[in-house]
Design a protein around this ligand. Structure first.
Ligand code: SF4
Length: 303
């Protein structure tokens, strides 16, 4: 078996910063520390923090008054921030700066009286937070059917914004359809982040000569799922695995070329455990291939 390890893969700057902020809070203040939603969408990262005394909550009412609360990398609504302040909860904001930028764009456009078409997945933590900045100005578009049901007037001021972890190619197709209906809609580049774009580019580039693509990441991770879907759209068999135990020997004959990549929230040690399984079972020979170098670093939030 020939194993190609895609570069870039795994942790992005936003995930590294959120994890490092939470580690620092634990060291500095001890536990329990509360986190609103999963700090990042990965079962390994979340269960490791749970073991160390972090409590993940999905409702602000579950956080005791006067305790310490971190907002996850996906961001939260202004209402959650307000309630936390009212209840005297110490907060640390680990929202990725690239998600925070979309929040600011919503506020700016709404203040200027522009309605917003927001491309993203309903129910995703990031979209819930962004939407809640100005719900009366926003319509979420997730499918082509959603475009047909938009009720904006053709000539009213309109802008598009996007979730940061969408498929680049599908988003371009959706935008082309939106522009057909609303030729005057503004918004230049999408808000898909550098890490999502780079990991998708690496799969597009490196999967050409592969028989199977393995994506390491949790099912809750939007950008991991997009990587697996992307390979499938190229007609390549792809599997999303949370870790080595999900790998099924029957997926391989043993003489394939396999590409391994990882979503932006998947830890490198889990990737290496998957590599070890394939080395042991199929005598895999590993080769790293780099499509793009990444050197993005974010500052830690105020702790
Ligand atoms: S995937 Fe992109 S937007 Fe999400 S945390 Fe990472 S850098 Fe930020």
């Amino acid at each position: 078996m020939h194993l190609i390890l895609a570069n870039p893969r795994g942790f992005c700057a936003g995930v590294k910063t959120a994890i490092s902020a939470l580690n620092t809070v634990i060291e500095r203040y001890g536990t329990p520390v509360y986190v609103y939603h999963e700090i990042v969408h990965n079962t390994w990262v979340v269960s490791d923090f749970c073991r160390r005394g972090v409590v993940f909550v999905n409702a602000i009412d579950d956080v005791p008054a006067g305790s310490r609360l971190m907002f996850s990398a996906h961001g939260v609504s202004p209402e959650i921030r307000r309630t936390a302040a009212e209840r005297n909860i110490e907060t640390v904001d680990a929202t990725c700066p690239l998600v925070a930028k979309v929040h600011r764009e919503v506020i700016r456009n709404a203040n200027e009286g522009r309605n917003i078409v927001l491309l993203g997945h309903r129910g995703h933590d990031e979209i819930i937070g962004i939407m809640s900045e100005a719900p009366e100005y926003i319509r979420i578009v997730e499918t082509e059917r959603d475009i047909e049901t938009l009720t904006f007037e053709k000539d009213e001021p309109l802008v598009f914004l996007t979730q940061t972890t969408l498929s680049v190619s599908e988003t371009e197709q959706m935008l082309a359809k939106i522009r057909q209906r609303y030729p005057n809609i503004t918004g230049g580049k999408t808000d898909i982040c550098y890490a999502t774009q780079n990991r998708q580019d690496a799969v597009r580039e490196l999967s050409k000569d592969c028989d199977v693509v393995l994506v390491v990441g949790s099912r809750t991770s939007s950008n991991s799922r997009r990587l697996a879907e992307q390979a499938e759209n190229f007609g390549i068999c792809s599997y999303l695995v949370d870790g080595p135990d999900d790998i099924t020997a029957g997926w391989f004959c043993g003489n394939e070329t396999v590409l391994i990549t990882a979503g932006a929230s998947a830890p490198e040690n889990v990737v290496q455990s998957c590599v070890a399984v394939l080395k042991e079972r199929f005598n895999a020979v590993v080769e790293e291939k780099t499509v793009r170098q990444e050197n993005v670093v974010f500052r830690l939030p105020k702790l």
